[in-house]
Every structure is written in C-alpha cells, then in structure tokens.
Design a protein around this ligand. Sequence first.
Ligand code: GLN
Ligand code: ZN
Length: 664
Amino acid sequence: KQSAALEMTKWFDTNYHYLVPELEPDQTFSLGSTKPVDEFLEAKALGIHTRPVLVGPVTYLRMAKSRTAGFRPLELLDGLLGVYEEVLRRLADAGADWVQLDEPSLVVDLDAAERDALAVAYGRLAAAAPLKLLVAAYFGQLRENLETAVSLPVRALHVDMVRGRDELDAILRALPADKLLSLGVVNGRNVWRTNLQDAVATVQKAAGALGADRVLVGPSCSLLHCPVDLDGETGLDGELRSWLAFARQKIGEIGVIAAAVNSGMAPGERSPSPAAGQVLDENARAVQSRRTSPRTQNPAVKQRAAAVDDAMLCRRSDFPARRKLQREAIPLPPLPTTTIGSFPQTPEIRRARAEFKRGELSREAYEEFLRGQITEVVQFQEQCGIDVLVHGEAERNDMVEYFGEELEGIAVTSGGWVQSYGSRCVKPPIIYGDVTRPGPMTVRWIQHAMQGTGKPVKGMLTGPVTILCWSFVRDDQPRSDTCRQLALAIRDEVVDLEAAGVGMIQIDEPAFREGLPLRRDQWAEYFRWAVDCFRLSASGVADATQIHTHMCYAEFNSIIDSIAAMDADVISIETSRSNMELLDAFVRFEYPNEIGPGVYDIHSPRVPTTESMVQLLRKALEVLRPEQIWVNPDCGLKTRRWEEVRPSLVNMVAAARAVREELS
Ligand code: GLN
Ligand code: ZN
C-alpha cells in the first residue's frame, strides 16, 4: 500500500520547509532516534564540546496538525514531555552541560493555554536532568509573551536583537537575577555585515545592566538561513562584497563583538586593542560605504516608484467583463488543462548550463540548445492534448535567481546555497540597490514556444512578492519600497509579452503567504502593499489578456479574501497532498475568478492515476462552479523526471476529459 507523503510547509516566515507532523488524540510518543546524542558524541570525539539544539516541545506541537476536528495537538504535551525528558537525560549522561531548546513560538500570538504549556513544559524539563537549559526565542519580538519568556524556569533565554531590538530595555528590567541572557545581535536571516558598533553597544548595555558574566552573544537565529562562506564569491563586485557576511563571517563578527565588550571598552570609546580597533574601523567604513554608495541609488527608479497611482493598480474592467473578452480571444473547453510552468530540468539541461557558465559553451550555442528544449516540451504537450501550453522554463536554473540575473540592482552568488527542504537548496539573489529591468527577460523564449504550436502559450514570470521573499533584501529601505520596484520591472515584462502576442501570462507568487508577518496585527499592512505590488505588476495589459498566478504550499483559509483582491483571472494552487482540504476556504468565501486546484502532487515520484484525479476534480466541483475550474498539477515539474511526468500528464488530461463528459 502506498501512502501519500506528509504535508510540507514553511518554517515560520522563512523559505525553509518542514514536514508537518500529523497527531491524533490517541497519539503516543517514544524515542525513535538517538540522533541528538550521536551527534553530540561525534563532535565530542573530535574534541568539540557542543550545545545540542532541539526544537522545543511547545513549538513542535504548535507546528503539528490533526485530522480530528476540534483537537489541538497541544493536548499531547504531557506524553511528549516524557520523550524530551529521556533525551535530556541521555544528553546529560553523554556529558552535555548546556542544551538549547528552540521556542520561536514565543514571538507569535499565543493564547493562555499555549503560554501555560510553556511554563508547564519547562518546569518539567528543568528538573529532568542535571543540565543547564537555554530557551531560544527568535524571528521577532516577544511582546505580551515577554513575561512568560523571562519567567521560564531555565538558566538562559535567547532573544532576537535584530527584529526585537527595541525590547532590550524591557527584557533587562524583567529578567530574574538567576538567568543569563543570550543576545542575537548578528542577523541569521540576511547577508549584510553587522554594524559592529551598534551590536557592541547593545551587548555593552546588557553587560552593564546584568554583568558581563550573564550575557551571551550570538546570531539572531540559526545560520541555516544564510549561505556558508563569502570567501568563495570571487565573482562579486568588490564593493558589494565588502558589505556582506555569510555564516562563517558572521561567526567571526560574533567573536569580535564579544571580544570588544570583554576588553572593557566603554560605550562610544575606541577599542583598547589595536587589532580589534582595526576590525571595528574597517567595519565602520564598509557600513558607511553601503549607506552612501551610488551603486545602491537610482533616482529614476525612485521617481517612477513614487509616481505609481491607483489607476496603475487596476485592470480596466472587472473580472466578468474580462472573462468574456478572454474567452473570445482564446476559446477553451470546460475544465481546461495546463501546467504550472517548468518541465523536468534534466541532467542534459544542467550540463549545458554549467558549460555555458564555465565559458565552454558559447551563448549562441547555449540559446540554440534551449530553443531545442522548448520545441520538445511544446511538442510533448501537444501530443498529450494539454490545452494551454508553457515553454518549460529550461533557461531558468531557479525561478527567482533567473530574474535576479536579468535585473539590475540585484546580484547573484556562485555558491550562496541555502537549504529549502530536504536536500534541495536555493541560491537567493541579493537585492542591494534600486531595481531596474535593462530589457526583456523572457519574451524570446515564449515567442519561440509560440512558433512551434497553434495552441495558446502561457508566458511565465515570477511575481514581485516572491522575488522579494526568496532573495536577501536590502535593509536600508522598507521591504514594500523594494517590492514596488520589482513590481514595476515585472509590469514592463508583462506589457512586452502582451505586445509580443502572448495572450496569457502567469505571474507566480508561491511565496505570497510566507511574506506574512508572524503577528496578526501586522497582516493588514502587509496585504495592503503585497496585493498592490502584485496588481501593479499585472495591470498594465488589456482586458483580453489573461493574467494567471500560482501559489503552492499555502494555507489559504485565513487569507482567501486577500488572494481574491489580487484579482488574477486564474489562480492555480496546491491542494492534492492535503486532499483538497484547502478548498474549505472556498466553501465559506465565494471565490470570484477562475481557479486550478492542483490534482497531482509533484513533490512525490508517484504517478497519479486518472481515477485519483477524477476524484479530486469531483471534490472541487462540490465547492466551485464548473466554469471556474482549471486542471493542473500542484506546482512546476522541474524536480520530476520525464518518466514520471509523461504518464502523469497523460492521466491528467484523461481525467479532465472524463469529468467533462460527466458535466455535459
Ligand atoms: N512556474 C514555476 C515552476 O513551474 C512555479 C514554481 C513554484 O511555484 N515554486 O517551476
Ligand atoms: Zn508552486
């Protein structure tokens, strides 16, 4: 018997994914792995004494889900704590003295039961073993959870001094005298060099209030979210490079900050050690250079962004009028079939790209190769009987990095990999300055696809919010300003595609939801600018041009009205893995435009049967009107192999045809 894979979702507001535990009321827990102990011992054998890190029990349960209505996994705390106690005992036996428990849930909106659960959990864990526990809160401010956080009966609390810096005074006032405070002053989520002067001042303040022996210095959160080492990035412009720090450089910064404070340097004073003084001076010059460099400023871009008005955020007519014109321009059968954009990135494609990047393949030869790939993908889709074709994205190593390469004001690295899920990594571009589009980025590829077919071809772009979320973003202006610049660049591309005769254009926004602030009271403000940026990118075209968008791994129930406000003519979404659970949102909210609920899980090698997709479509028909529905996979096919994609899409087209029959 095959079982569907666990749902995978974003870890807080990062682009790192975790498998969502599914817990039921009768759940029991037992220790299934000795990984934390094994790894502690492995490091110890190398002479390195580590502080093991575990996900805290309350965060673990909060991030889990249940299929049982009304049941909260948090109710399982008691049973789960038994396993944590056992792990802590084993770590203590193995020689650990400190253990870190990550409770990033401390920076989100908690209810009283969740706050109580934290107190109960740490009451028990603190007594479980002769260990010193450090509870780590990160990714934001503690706010009303501050009291809970400082009162946990553990030896040390870690706080995020990047996103939560203005809480330092309140924390210093509230922290009980027996506790240590770990200050996350180096940003674990971004690539900019730390302003060491500011960081030193923050740590000095805490050391002054608590005594230096009660203060620890660290990154704001795990360094998993930034690339490993800047040293290999010899291709980057020297000035830009001088502004950056990756994980290794950040570790160095932490050392410098601690040394500066330990040397007894008074606030505002020069370091007594000439070597440390030199490091701090050099850092101050780099910080100053980024602040003032003309490389980051483009007055024309700023002016254009400032001149955006409401008319630029709106299509000319409302959806019903547009739909009519779009169907006249491009007639389609009921339940039209399409895909999300990418086709398999074969070893052959990757090899050609690598050769091109190394200079072994000329640009002409590489582009000729890509055109050949596009032709093949188009022919396959025609044979398959798909209604709306795509070009397959062979030219894109990654949907964000590609646009990072094409746009100005954005740099790409050669080895700045960051884990996204499992063994998959991405290389987020670095948005360092005002963003402009030097010229069309995708038009020639879509045109080539159109030459090979009489069927409609959908243009394929990455949306502004997703480029923002999946890049390292400048921190010298609001994210919303950067996003608006990206939106203008994408808008120009959309208009160019339309001018080239492309009648359907998809603007992918899979990161739309993860851009949401962790706190509910900041959602409205985010939605305002994020929805506007999408609309800005999409609204430069005539009514007859159909705008698609795509989102995946998104939990829609709470955000469906904002998704509707984006006013895309068609949206495709992930649903198959959660068995169309996501469609619940559409029961309560009547989604006005067209929608393609994914019927085929592309994150698994399994070939879906026609019958399984027929079932999912019938389910969709229970809550959506037939003329609203599109048939498509969950997401792009780039990570799949042709052997899986071919039969899967054949089955998908068969499923659409079968349900069309039922309808007529
Ligand atoms: N168009 C992109 C693709 O098909 C969308 C990927 C995504 O949603 N993550 O690969
Ligand atoms: Zn997707």
